[in-house]
Design a protein around this ligand. Structure first.
Ligand code: MN
Ligand code: MN
Length: 379
């Protein structure tokens, strides 16, 4: 397939200078925007393929933050791989951490401020949420992909995976005599302490989960893991939606999410969100989104598996499956509750004469609009 040319309705001209045709093929509506696109909109797309990868023994990490995608002030994301046994070392951070397991299996552990404990094994489609400041670990387990790969989302676009509080980093920067006093031992017994952070490192594979479930002061009152794929989806003619927020996963106080599946040609209806920016991660397939930014501004972006999309607070948008297979993506919001406004529902619940005075469309079209939300519409 040749790349699109910036030619539309007899206007424009072909590109004759240097070009990155592979890149342009992935973004046909950037090269040749629809006539309805207009004005200066911020960039709302980043691909993890363009993020620096930090390679460590047993895994890697790459991030999409405000530095990669400047509009993404509310949330940031990390894509991480751990081979079986490899550990993302014991750490904590200022931001809350929400995660979706993409492939494979991991063991996660944490404790809270009351000494209550958490340990679980998570697999594909499982989530976890660690509140701000709560110390935790992630370790790859045996699986069909030798460990795991997951997506982390943080409730601050300024997050950096490189500036978390690491156990070994802290101890390497505390005088040995203080450590000896703290651990009630002698300095000679601390000689093997790492001299710098481990971050991601290989370790013996853990045993049975029951052995790793420490008693402490009981269990955390709200579990930090959730089986999203075991949730019955809201099925519609064009696809399905699973919504997860503090209503069905009480621990997740600052991130709400939806896992959307669209059939080919299916449409995530025109809508907006009244409470948060939206951070998207594309898991499978190809999709297209136009974001309406008021003041006649609108811009269309094409996305595919591994890409990140972003919608600033309250801006109207839709997502269409433009590929030949299913489109699956995650929508994340910095909120305790998932909330959206459906254009169709709004019009269906507004006085008919008032709608007609605005839109002048066939009255039957408006009469047929569902008064219930239909988040996913067939082609
Ligand atoms: Mn973390
Ligand atoms: Mn949305």
């Amino acid at each position: 397939m040749s790349a699109a040319e910036p030619v539309r309705d007899g206007e424009g001209a072909d590109i004759v200078g240097p070009r990155n045709a592979e890149r342009e093929r992935q973004d046909p509506f950037t090269v040749r925007p629809p006539a309805s696109d207009h004005g200066t909109m911020p960039n709302l797309k980043w691909s993890f393929a363009d993020s620096h990868i930090r390679i460590e023994e047993g895994g890697w990490a790459r991030e999409t933050t405000i530095r990669e995608l400047p509009i993404s002030k509310a949330m940031a994301g990390v894509n991480m791989r751990l081979k079986a046994g490899a550990v993302r070392e014991l750490h904590w951070h200022k931001e809350a951490e929400w995660s979706y397991m993409l492939k494979g299996k991991a063991r996660i552990t944490a404790i809270d401020e009351a000494g209550r404990t958490f340990a679980d094994d998570v697999g594909e489609g499982d989530l976890w949420y660690f509140p701000p400041g709560i110390p935790h670990s992630i370790q790859g387990l045996d699986s069909e992909v030798d460990g795991c790969e997951f997506l982390l989302v943080f409730d601050d676009g300024n997050f950096s995976e490189d500036s978390t509080f690491l156990l070994t980093d802290w101890l390497a920067h505390t005088p040995r005599d203080v450590l000896a006093k703290n651990f009630r031992t002698s300095e000679s017994r601390l000689e093997k302490l790492p001299s710098k952070e481990l971050y991601i490192f290989p370790a013996p594979k853990p045993g049975a989960l029951s052995d790793d479930r420490k008693t402490g002061a009981g269990l955390v009152p709200n579990t930090f893991s959730h089986r999203l794929l075991q949730q019955e989806p809201n099925r519609m003619a064009g696809g399905s939606v699973r919504i997860v927020d503090a209503t069905n996963f009480p621990a997740t106080k600052t991130i709400a999410a939806a896992l959307v599946e669209l059939e080919p040609g299916g449409l995530r209806e025109l809508h907006w969100h009244p409470n948060s920016d939206e951070w998207q991660y594309y898991i499978e397939g190809e999709g297209r989104m136009t974001v309406f930014g008021s003041e006649s501004k609108a811009r269309t972006f094409d996305y595919r598996a591994g890409d990140v999309g972003y919608v600033p607070f309250a801006m109207g948008h839709y997502i269409e499956n433009t590929g030949s297979g299913p489109l699956r993506f995650l929508e994340m919001f910095r909120s305790e509750r998932y909330a959206d406004l459906s254009l169709n529902q709004w019009l269906a619940l507004t006085p008919r004469v008032l709608v007609d005075a605005h839109l002048k469309i066939d009255p039957e079209v408006v009469a047929d609009l569902s008064t219930a939300k239909l988040p996913v519409l067939p082609k």
